[in-house]
Design a protein around this ligand. Structure first.
Ligand code: FAD
Length: 366
């Protein structure tokens, strides 16, 4: 059988391409997915207790991009949700990111927002040249805050000290001089009402899209006739690791069922300084599901096989650029998504980029 488009990977990048290309009824599309399910890392499913969990870690949808929000809203209704995170520090559960509430609780003070600004200013260390994430944290917030919230968390997350990590890693963490304890402040925030997997199913519910699961594309591409490939798998794998295997940080997840309605006071609690896991997520607090039991997930960052976070050092970025140089001149392959671009992207960005790229490869207007 002949297909116009062969899409490798059924994550949000691949599914957005499939959905938009399929709007032209003459296009035939085959999606090949190595796992036994669609949805990529946004996949969710019901566990043995019938509690909805996010199998690859908590996924909160948030965006300021109205076009992306409207586009995905064709496939799902949204459960309103504002994400809140606590951090277990000095024996207390303290709101993250760092807000006025965080500072007042941590230091047992009653500062106003102006006094907080002065306080943070007094804590900052002078760093002549910002070369690492540690430099960013010390110059932004000073040693005490750095050591309590970021130093050990980041070391657990990446397996190396923040002093060895690119400045971009810690500069992603926001500081707020007000009492807004929401984790994200984007205009549109929510969780698909029936789950991400159902939303993803809707995206490809079209007669001109076929899906092949449990299949590595390399096993079958020789036997399939297609015009163009959209590749959302790992870029190094595409080129048989010619310049070396790109380094990723992985995560081992441990699920626990508890015989109580509520386990913790927020959907996510970070443990920067205690235990080997970085955080505990209680799924019902994200999905809003009512249930007499609850399920929590502990995350243990590790150097496992499953690629999650591209390693944020110059060495690996340079290695990726060698692959990118080859990918950029491929005529019949479009590289898209977090693995093909070796980049941490949030879901909305992956969808937005796929929407833009579809426009550039087809005459379809969306
Ligand atoms: P993926 O979802 O990884 O999809 C790629 C697909 O390609 C996979 O299904 C894979 O199996 C398949 N594939 C790979 N190789 C092959 C092959 N050889 N043959 C066939 N198929 C192949 N984003 C947010 O916006 N909010 C969040 O709260 C959030 N939380 C996150 C938490 C964690 C722990 C992680 C790791 C990520 C989180 N993200 C979050 C990011 C989000 O997961 C990504 O933006 C999104 O999944 C990227 O979609 P994608 O299609 O590019 O990649």
């Amino acid at each position: 059988m002949k297909f116009n488009y062969l899409i490798v990977g059924a994550g949000l990048a691949g599914l957005t391409f499939a959905n938009l290309l399929a709007q032209n009824e003459n296009n035939t599309i085959l999606i090949i997915e190595k796992r036994q399910h669609i949805g990529g890392n946004a996949y969710d499913s019901y566990n043995a207790n019938h509690i909805l969990i996010h199998n690859y870690g908590p996924h909160i949808f948030h965006t300021n991009n109205q076009q992306v929000w409207k586009y995905l809203s064709q496939f799902t209704e949204w459960q309103d949700y504002q994400h809140r995170v606590l951090s277990f520090v000095d024996g207390q559960f303290i709101p993250m990111p760092i807000t006025l509430e965080t500072i007042n609780q941590l230091y047992n003070t009653n500062l106003s927002q102006f006094e907080m600004a002065d306080f943070i200013e007094s804590q900052k260390e002078k760093v002549e040249l910002i070369k690492s994430s540690e430099d960013v944290a010390l110059s932004n917030a000073g040693r005490d805050i750095y050591e309590k919230f970021f130093m050990n968390y980041t070391t657990k997350q990446w397996g190396v000290s923040p002093s060895e990590l690119d400045p971009s890693v810690i500069s992603r963490i926001p500081f707020r001089f007000n009492r807004d304890t929401r984790y994200f402040t984007d205009r549109y925030q929510g969780i698909p009402k029936a789950g991400y997997t159902k939303m993803c199913e809707q995206m490809i519910d079209r007669p001109n899209i076929k899906v092949m699961l449990n299949t590595d594309y390399k096993e079958v591409t020789d036997a399939i006739d297609y015009d163009k490939m959209i590749y959302t798998g790992p870029v190094d794998y595409f080129y048989d690791n010619q310049f070396g295997k790109l380094k990723y940080r992985s995560v081992r997840f441990e699920m626990e069922d508890h015989d109580c309605e509520s386990f913790q006071d927020a959907a996510v609690v970070n443990y920067p300084n205690d235990y080997d896991f970085t955080r505990i997520t209680e799924y019902k607090k994200i999905t809003g599901q009512q249930h007499l039991k609850t399920t929590v997930m502990k995350e243990f960052p590790c150097d496992g096989e499953e690629p999650f976070y591209p390693f944020p050092t110059k060495e690996w970025q340079e290695c990726y650029l060698k692959y990118k140089a080859k990918a950029d001149v491929e005529e019949n392959v479009v590289f898209a998504g977090r693995l093909a671009e070796y980049r941490y992207y949030n879901m909305d960005v992956v969808v937005a980029r796929a929407m833009e790229m579809v426009e550039s490869i087809s005459s379809l207007s969306i």
